[in-house]
Design a protein. Structure first.
Length: 251
């Protein structure tokens, strides 16, 4: 194919459908559940790992607040989040299976919370602590669709366990890479709650991992939250870190 013909095909938008058909042919044997499982890999590089997370909240385009957190993931069912901002020193969020607590030094005892509650801005507790969608949702295939010139599978996700952050998600997963592209979040009432765009991926320790996602509030206009991930590293943690009764001993 000559360069001239290729350019004409691009201008007439014939190339994106060609790419979509090619990618679809390669992945026709994957079920919706398998696609969902594959999509979790670029959000969770290892079974047990550390990642530093920065949350930037914007109101009408202006930065309103910034939060910094150290996140420790232990398998598919345990997460410990350490709050790093000076005014939140000593605070921790703990997720174990379907249960979640927040510990604040002033309260002395952990307080039970839910994944859906806001951690900061438009980021829910579960957006930080629950990153394995295949554990929390059942998936069915909706359609093929090109999103921002990227051929995608569109999956319908329904919560299958009590600890899931959201009730219903429509999920775009890029073909060929199986990386999440977008998630539209809906409440139990059916209201469109928020949109999540998975913006950036980078190679880290030999793996391509998510390094930035943007959350757009669909109930409150002009509010967005950017979550940035860095310092990914495989790491094992003492089991006692994931015991709610030990949180007061952490420093």
């Amino acid at each position: 194919m000559t360069k001239t013909i290729a350019a004409l095909l691009t201008m007439t938008f014939l190339i994106p459908p060609f790419i979509e058909t090619y990618a679809q042919d390669k992945s026709d044997n994957l079920s919706a559940e398998q696609i969902l499982q594959q999509s979790d890999i670029s959000r969770n590089g290892w079974n047990s790992y550390f990642v530093h997370t920065t949350i930037e909240n914007f109101v009408d385009g202006r930065k309103d607040d910034v939060g910094r957190f150290d996140v420790m993931i232990n398998g598919s069912n345990k997460t410990l989040v350490k709050f790093l901002n000076p005014d939140e020193k000593g605070e921790y969020l703990l997720m174990v299976d379907n249960d979640m607590w927040i510990y604040m030094p002033d309260t002395r005892k952990p307080i039970r919370i839910t994944p859906l509650q806001r951690l900061m801005g438009d980021a829910s507790n579960g957006d930080v602590a629950r990153t394995r969608y295949a554990e929390d949702y059942s998936a069915t295939f909706l359609r093929d669709e090109v999103l921002d010139r990227t051929p995608c599978y569109v999956l319908d996700l329904k919560a299958k366990r009590d600890g899931a952050t959201y009730n219903h998600i429509v999920y775009w997963v890029a073909k060929g890479t199986d990386r999440p592209k977008r998630a539209e979040i809906y409440l139990t009432s059916g209201k469109h709650y928020k949109s999540i765009d998975f913006d950036k991926y980078e190679k880290v320790n030999g793996r391509v991992l998510l390094t930035q996602m943007t959350i757009t509030d669909r109930l409150r206009n002009g509010r967005t939250t950017i979550m940035k991930y860095d310092s990914y590293a495989p790491k094992n943690f003492p089991e006692k870190y994931f015991n709610k009764d030990y949180l007061e001993n952490l420093r």
